[in-house]
Design a protein around this ligand. Structure first.
Ligand code: CTP
Length: 403
C-alpha cells in the first residue's frame, strides 16, 4: 500500500505547457489511494481543461475566489483548502509563480492557498532552459527551499520550444515516487523495530479444550497498524485472533500458548528498539495436558494449574536498548497496582485500563487508558476508539524516544 493512501493531496497547476501531464498525475494519485483537489491559475486553463481534472479527481476544480457570473456561487476559501491538505504539490511551477511564491504575492487563489498551507509543499519547476538558468529563477528556487518547500528538480531533455536542456517538468510517475520516498524517509519510526504481543493465549487441557480469555487482539493490531504506518518494522506475535492486518512492514507470528509466545518474544527481543506487550497472557496453565479427550464423570473435575512464565518480566530482566512497554488491566487500586508493575517488571511505560471505566477492556472497539512512565508521570486520556488510543500510545513512545 502506498504511503499516499488516504492522504489529501492539493495539486496546484500553473500556466506551463507541461500542465497537460497533470491529467496522468491526478490519475496516479487517485490510484495510490489519495484524495485529490485541484487549484488552477486562470491562465493554466489554456493548457488543460478543468473538466478533465475534475472528472479525474472526482472533485470540483478551483481557480478563482468566487464566480462573478454565478450569484449562488460560494467563496472558495483558500484558508480551508490550505488546511485541508496533507500535502500540496505545485506542478508545473512556472518561473512567474515561483517568483511570486518567494515574495508572498497572492493575486490568485493558488498563491493565497500556498501562503495558507501548513502542510509540506512540493514544487516541480517547468520552463524553458534559459528561463531555468536565469539568476532570478535560481534565486527563487533557493529561497523556496530555504522556506522548507521541497523541490522536485526539473530534468533535461527536449523542451516545448524545440531547444534541448534543463527545464522539463519531472514525469508524473517520477513525481509520485519522489513524494512517496520523501514522505517515507521522514516517518518518525523509520528504521525502528518493534516487538508487539497481542490477543489471548490458549492453554490446552486436553486435545479439544483449553483455558483462554476474551481478548480480541483489536488493541494490539491497532498499535501494529499505527506503528507500521509511521515507518516501524513490526514483529506482531499474536495469540489466536480473528483480526487481520496487511502491511509490508508487519510480520505476523501466530502462537497459541504462553510458552510459545515467550519463545517467539525471546527470539526477536535482542534486535528490536521497542517492545509493547499488549497480549492478555494466561497466568496459569494446566500442569498436565491429557493426551486423550477427558471423559465426563459424575464427580467434580479438578485440574491442577501451574504458573506460566511472565514474558514481560523476563524481558525487563534482560533489556538493554529496548523501550519496554507493558499493559495493566486492573479492577481496583489501578494507579498504585500499575506503578508496582513498572518496578517489578522493569518497564519504561505502562498502559493502564480499568475495568471500572465504561467502554474500556477486551472485546469492544473503544478503550480508556492512563499512561504512566518510569518516573511515575501520569497522563489520562478520554474514552476513544481503539485506533485513536493506538495513536496516543505510539505518540507517547515517539516522545519518549526523542528525549
Ligand atoms: N504478561 C506477560 N506474561 C504473562 C502475564 C502477563 O507478558 N505471563 C504481560 C501482559 O502482556 C501485560 C502485563 O504483563 O503487558 C500485565 O499483565 P497483568 O495480567 O495485568 O499483570 P500480572 O503481572 O499478570 O498481574 P495480575 O494478574 O496479578 O494483575
Amino acid at each position: 500500500m502506498s504511503i499516499l493512501h488516504g492522504k489529501k493531496v492539493l495539486l496546484g497547476i500553473t500556466a506551463g505547457i507541461a500542465a497537460y501531464k497533470t491529467a496522468s498525475l491526478v490519475r496516479l494519485f487517485i490510484k495510490s489511494g489519495a484524495e485529490v483537489k485541484v487549484i488552477m491559475t486562470p491562465a493554466s486553463k489554456d493548457f488543460i481543461t478543468p473538466l478533465t481534472l475534475s472528472t479525474l479527481s472526482k472533485n470540483p476544480v478551483y481557480s478563482t475566489f468566487y464566480d462573478k457570473e454565478d450569484e449562488n456561487e460560494l467563496w472558495n476559501n483558500h484558508v480551508d483548502l490550505g488546511l485541508w491538505a496533507d500535502i500540496m504539490l505545485i506542478a508545473p511551477a512556472t518561473a512567474n509563480t515561483l517568483s511570486k511564491m518567494t515574495n508572498g504575492s497572492c493575486d490568485n487563489l493558488l498563491l493565497a492557498t500556498y501562503l495558507s498551507a501548513k502542510c509540506p509543499v512540493y514544487f516541480a519547476p517547468a520552463m524553458d532552459l534559459d528561463m531555468y538558468k536565469h539568476p532570478s529563477t535560481k534565486s527563487s528556487l533557493k529561497s523556496l527551499q530555504a522556506f522548507g518547500n521541497i523541490m522536485i528538480p526539473a530534468t533535461s531533455g527536449e523542451l516545448a520550444s524545440g531547444l534541448v536542456g534543463e527545464g522539463r517538468m519531472a514525469e508524473p510517475e517520477d513525481m509520485v515516487s519522489f513524494i512517496e520516498n520523501d514522505m517515507l524517509s521522514k516517518l518518525p519510526l523509520k528504521g525502528k523495530k518493534l516487538l508487539l504481543t497481542a490477543g489471548p493465549t490458549y492453554e490446552a487441557i486436553d486435545p479439544v479444550r483449553f483455558i483462554g480469555n476474551h481478548s480480541s487482539g483489536k488493541m494490539g493490531f491497532a498499535i501494529a497498524a499505527t506503528a507500521a504506518n509511521l515507518g516501524a518494522e513490526v514483529f506482531l506475535i499474536s495469540g489466536p485472533s480473528h483480526q487481520v492486518i496487511q502491511h509490508s512492514l508487519v510480520h505476523r507470528i501466530n502462537v497459541t500458548s504462553a510458552e510459545e509466545m515467550y519463545s517467539a518474544c525471546h527470539k526477536h527481543f535482542a534486535e528490536v528498539d521497542i517492545a509493547i506487550l499488549s497480549a492478555a497472557v494466561a497466568d496459569y496453565r494446566p500442569k498436565n495436558i491429557a493426551t486423550q479427550k477427558i471423559k465426563k464423570k459424575d464427580t467434580a473435575l479438578v485440574i491442577e494449574l501451574e504458573p506460566t512464565k511472565d514474558i514481560l518480566k523476563s524481558l525487563g530482566e534482560i533489556k538493554k536498548q529496548q523501550l519496554l512497554v507493558g499493559f495493566a488491566l486492573e479492577t481496583n487500586d489501578e494507579i498504585s497496582n500499575a506503578k508496582k508493575k513498572i518496578e517489578k517488571k522493569n518497564l519504561d511505560m505502562i498502559v493502564l485500563n480499568s475495568l471500572r471505566d465504561k467502554g474500556a477492556g477486551f472485546a469492544g472497539d473503544t478503550n480508556k487508558i492512563t499512561i504512566i512512565d518510569s518516573d511515575f508521570k501520569e497522563k489520562t486520556f478520554p474514552l476513544k476508539s481503539k485506533k485513536d488510543v493506538a495513536k496516543d500510545i505510539v505518540n507517547q513512545i515517539i516522545d519518549k524516544l526523542s528525549i
